[in-house]
Design a protein around this ligand. Structure first.
Ligand SMILES: [Zn+2]
Length: 259
């Protein structure tokens, strides 16, 4: 079972990232302190929820995995392909603008926020390095998954074949209708390969973000990629979905750290 209950929290964990040196989880929306429409473990501070509740929810999440909130490294997510190397916890430093974070420091806990975009977790058991990325349609077009793998290769000497990746809960192809502008961007970025990421149903294009990011990672030489296959919009009792809830929603957290 990929789901685990810890106190009031319900967590999702990848089977292939179950490793004695690694702690990771994608938090469902259950077990937090926020009321509707953010009920309840909202970790997004830009969605109208009270900031004290957001801080409390983050503490609950970190505590569930026995990580200190002071070890956190977060970024200002902006749908880019920018990667930050987190040598130390962020502490009082300003949030950097980026959509991927990497580290090999066990004192650092990587944390990001999601509501439909794809969480990508990465672990190299050989070099003892990790990465976390945020890929919506724009981040996928910009190939943030490729950028984060390249950064792990350059900074930590990782070999793609050693990397284990998890593609987390995010909006599935059935629920993700996109406009012609996005279709154009995909053809520009991926050429003919874009055809396999786009599905035309009755004249409307749907985008398969799971397949897009899977193929980007596989194209980099990754052999071990686990796809959660859980659609956020289909499972609103567990996940926040920007599309599924017409923007009135929170953000769920994804966390990864070395032990
Ligand atoms: Zn769905």
């Amino acid at each position: 079972m990929p789901f685990r209950q810890t106190g009031s929290l319900r967590l999702y964990q990848f089977q292939s990232l179950d490793h004695p040196r690694l702690v990771h989880s994608i938090f469902t929306r259950k077990g937090g302190v926020s009321p509707e429409p953010w009920s309840s473990l909202n970790v997004g501070s830009t969605v109208g929820d009270d900031l004290e509740r957001v801080a409390k929810n983050k503490c609950l999440a970190f505590r569930a995995l026995e990580r200190s909130i002071n070890s956190a490294y977060e970024v200002w997510q902006m749908h880019s392909d920018r990667v930050v190397v987190a040598d130390a916890p962020r502490g009082e430093c300003r949030l950097k603008k980026a959509d991927a974070i990497i580290t090999n420091n066990p004192e650092v806990t990587l944390f990001m926020r999601f509501a439909d975009c794809v969480p990508i977790l990465l672990f190299d058991p050989q070099q003892k390095a990790i990465g976390l990325a945020h890929a919506g349609w724009l981040g996928s077009v910009r190939m943030v998954a490729k950028a984060v793998v390249n950064a792990m290769i350059q900074v930590y000497g990782c070999k793609p074949a050693d990397l284990i990746a998890g593609i987390g809960p995010s909006i599935g192809v059935d629920h993700y209708i996109i406009g012609s502008d996005v279709v154009d961007r995909f053809y520009k970025a991926f050429g003919k390969q874009a055809e396999s990421f786009l599905v035309n149903r009755n004249g409307q294009f749907h985008l398969d973000l799971w397949k897009t990011n899977y193929e980007i990672l596989a194209g980099m030489g990754l052999k071990n990629i686990e796809v959660a296959g859980l659609c956020t919009a289909c499972n609103l009792e567990d996940w926040y979905s920007h599309r599924g809830e017409s923007g009135r929603t929170g953000r769920f957290g994804a966390l990864i750290a070395l032990k």
